[in-house]
Design a protein around this ligand. Structure first.
Ligand SMILES: [Zn+2]
Length: 434
């Protein structure tokens, strides 16, 4: 005969075990789904979710399909909130030869995102930092560069004081963007990591950043062929869906931008795995998690467009909200959710200290992430537009791991997703307290 206490123990053990199995399986599914979402959003067909071959549209369509599968409700006939924006794009040729050597786009050089196209072979006028610090020298050199390219040689920042570095940066900006520079274009040599971005503006002459180690000899000539297409009224879209809660008057809003930098020429894609396919995967994992239940508060999920070109999608949304912003109880924005080796950073943690203490406590209790780091305000992602309108919000991003950022190396294959499951667990626990 089996003692009742043994039976009870077995029962409790089984319960714990199934619970454990269940939660492990759930988490494993979250990670599997995250990988699938990231792979899809970084697929070649998505063109880096920018403005070449409507990469942004393909990504939005994919997210809408996932919303549909989960049964999210719509605020209009579709999940899309359309708007237009100017944006520069590089759909075609992108070649640069220095002294006859062909450089690799993305790896050896970047075109400035606001550049017009250009094609031809040019001689050069070189400027070093000391030239740039003497107005009469660089101005007269610049005037002599009318049919040529200006080369700004790399300089050691540690050799100049902060005032001089500031001055150097201002003159470099002038050379790159001013109509008064008569040169055909500018090449800035640099020892910094190449970090690309996007532009809603178009400047009068092209400029390039070139890694010093890609062209160490004295530059005598360059040959360039770069095609741009400036889209004055590009139509793009935010993707919005929601789950109706018991309480419809208070909303919990979750956001993540889905756009990235797109293509730099027809062959060079910026996949944006961490930035921000990972954040969208977190958003979609929350969609899946909450779609199965009726939450206490209505939950809104927004995948924003055009963040990288200046928070354009979230600006449009906050100016044309589909519900009164006052109804938002709390908003969490996800960007860069793919590492976590050093924990997470909570922007606005200092503004909403109690909420920060809550998430920090939950993290310690659950022994989840290495650290939950506090930060004050920072207008560095889509939460900013809400924060400036008084909507209580956090922006959370993961820390540590791979350092790829706004470059061709931000790829799904190397995105570690180290703490993805614990991060998701922490979020679900925290959302419960909101
Ligand atoms: Zn981002």
């Amino acid at each position: 005969m089996i003692s009742t206490s043994f039976l009870l123990k077995t029962f409790v053990f089984l319960l714990l075990w199934t619970n454990f199995l269940f939660s492990t399986v759930c988490l494993a599914q979250d990670l599997t789904y995250a990988k699938e979402v990231i792979r899809n959003l970084c697929d070649e067909s998505m063109k880096g979710r920018g403005y070449v071959e409507n990469g942004d549209k393909s990504a939005a369509a994919y997210i809408a399909t996932e919303f549909e599968k989960a049964g999210l409700k719509k605020y209009s006939k579709t999940y899309f909130q359309h708007f237009t924006t100017p944006v520069n794009s590089f759909p075609g040729e992108m070649t640069l030869f220095i002294n006859g050597k062909k450089l690799k786009p993305g790896e050896d050089f970047l075109i400035d995102p606001g550049s017009p196209g250009i094609s031809g072979k040019f001689s050069v006028v070189s400027f070093n930092a000391d030239d740039l610090l003497k107005n009469e020298v660089w101005i007269s050199k610049m005037k002599s560069a009318a049919s040529k390219f200006i080369i700004v040689e790399a300089f050691d920042k540690t050799k100049y004081n902060s005032e001089q570095v500031k001055q150097l940066n201002e003159i470099i900006s002038f050379l790159k963007y001013s109509k008064e520079n008569p040169a055909q274009g500018t090449i800035i040599m640099t020892t910094d990591k190449l970090t690309w971005s996007g532009s809603t503006e178009l400047y009068s002459t092209p400029s390039f950043m070139v890694k010093l180690e890609s062209a160490t000899e004295e530059i005598k000539s360059i040959e360039v062929s770069a095609e741009n297409k400036f889209l004055k009224n590009h139509q793009t879209q935010n993707v919005i869906g929601y789950i109706e809660g018991t309480n419809k008057d208070s909303l919990l809003v979750f956001t993540a931008h889905y756009d990235h930098l797109g293509m730099m020429g027809k062959e060079t894609m910026f996949p944006g795995a961490n930035d921000n396919a990972s954040g969208v995967s977190m958003l979609l994992n929350l969609v899946k998690h909450y779609a199965a239940q009726k939450p206490k508060y209505t939950m809104v999920f927004i995948a924003f467009a055009a963040e990288e070109i200046g928070l354009v999608g979230s600006t449009y949304f906050t100016e044309h909200p589909v519900f009164p912003l006052k109804k938002i109880k709390f908003l969490i924005n996800f960007d860069l959710a793919g590492t976590g080796d050093d924990g997470i950073q909570v922007v606005n943690g200092k503004v909403y200290q109690q909420k920060f203490d809550q998430i920090s406590k939950l993290n310690e209790e659950g022994m989840l992430l290495k650290q939950v780091k506090i930060r004050g305000e920072a207008c560095n992602s889509d939460h900013c537009m809400f924060h400036s309108k008084g909507v209580p919000c956090f922006f959370i991003y993961t820390l540590g791991g791979i350092q790829a950022y706004h470059d061709i190396y931000d790829r799904p294959e190397t995105l570690p997703l180290t703490e993805y499951e614990d991060y998701f667990t922490l979020l679900v626990k925290f959302i419960q307290t909101l």
